[in-house]
Design a protein around this ligand. Sequence first.
Ligand SMILES: *Cc1c(COP(=O)(O)O)cnc(C)c1O
Length: 397
Amino acid sequence: MSLTTELIHSIPVDEATGAISVPIYQTTTFVHSSPGVHQGYDYTRSGNPTRKVLEDLIAKAEKGATGIAFASGMAAVDAVLKLLKAGDHVIAGNDIYGGTYRLLTTIFKNFGITTTFVDLQNEQEILLAIKPNTRLVWVETPTNPSLKIVDIRKVAAITKAHHILLCVDNTFATPVAQRPIELGADLVVHSATKYIGGHSDVISGLVVTATRELGEQVLFVQNASGAVLSPIESWLLIRGLETLELRFKQHSYNAQRIAEFLSEESWVKEVYYPGLKVHDGHKVAAGQQKYFGGIVSFRLHDDSFEAAKKFTTSTKLFKLAESLGGIKSLVAHPATMTHASIPKERHADFGITDGLLRLSVGLEDAEDLIADLKQASEKSIHQPVAAQHASYALQTS
Ligand SMILES: *Cc1c(COP(=O)(O)O)cnc(C)c1O
């Protein structure tokens, strides 16, 4: 059976009523029949039947042993990092998600955990960074916003040989496109806020572990620290998983069309999309991803903040906003938005310049999206010189 068929039919029909949709168990506590005797649930922080359906589904989707649902992607990242202790060392990609970078370089640094940031595309750099106390390698692929591809199998070969845990943030690819555990990872995390929720209406995170033993450790952290996902939000993610492949396929189709369109435009300097044959990571991506995803980044020929500002305020369908993975298309300016928490001097590691823009391509018709980008470029970038002067005179008068 295909993953999608399996997922849809893994959602249980309610035994008590026959309800085809999972009941939302909006309850904090569960009645015991006698002291210490209950039906598997005692308190919703420790476990909830609606959340359990979601957790079993994501474990199945990622081909892992245990799934655990959190109140946000960052809570999921935080729980994995809490498997470490003072004195441990982490190796992470040098262009990982800004929130993960911040967590490692502030909170966990204060707790005595150190991190070396390397280019994970370069095996030599990884090997050189390994210390006797290295416990975890943190991978994100594709990366944000430059869509670099890390070869998960290659990194896994290194972590296995050195008995180091490998965690992959699979937010950008989702389990319908890429399953890191099958490629050798020990843990997978998601900001389910993005594609799995899919409708820009629920902040959530997921962890999947390759083994039950690791699953027990993460569950212990979750119950001890408390960042659980609520029953109704768990239900929203179950709904998201039902259509994930359908949506992701279309996000990817639209993104490919847009990347190809942008590649031909004179006002665009560079396009970053793993589905383009000229992309550095195209071959590796094709070897580990079923779809290339819905994120396209590109650099304006006029690589200035002014040009980026004009363009991002001229699109109509592409809304200027942070986040990604929802049905509506978004455009973001990484230098001032998603990557504002990264020190400016490190922006080059991320390929970020003032003229770099990131598109989260939604589920609108691809032709309409292309037309929107075209009109925005005409309005903002191809403005005739005389008209530019006129508007400048207007502003300064
Ligand atoms: C958004 C995001 C996160 C953080 O998730 P939240 O749900 O916003 O807490 C982590 N990793 C990646 C790659 C993300 O895009």
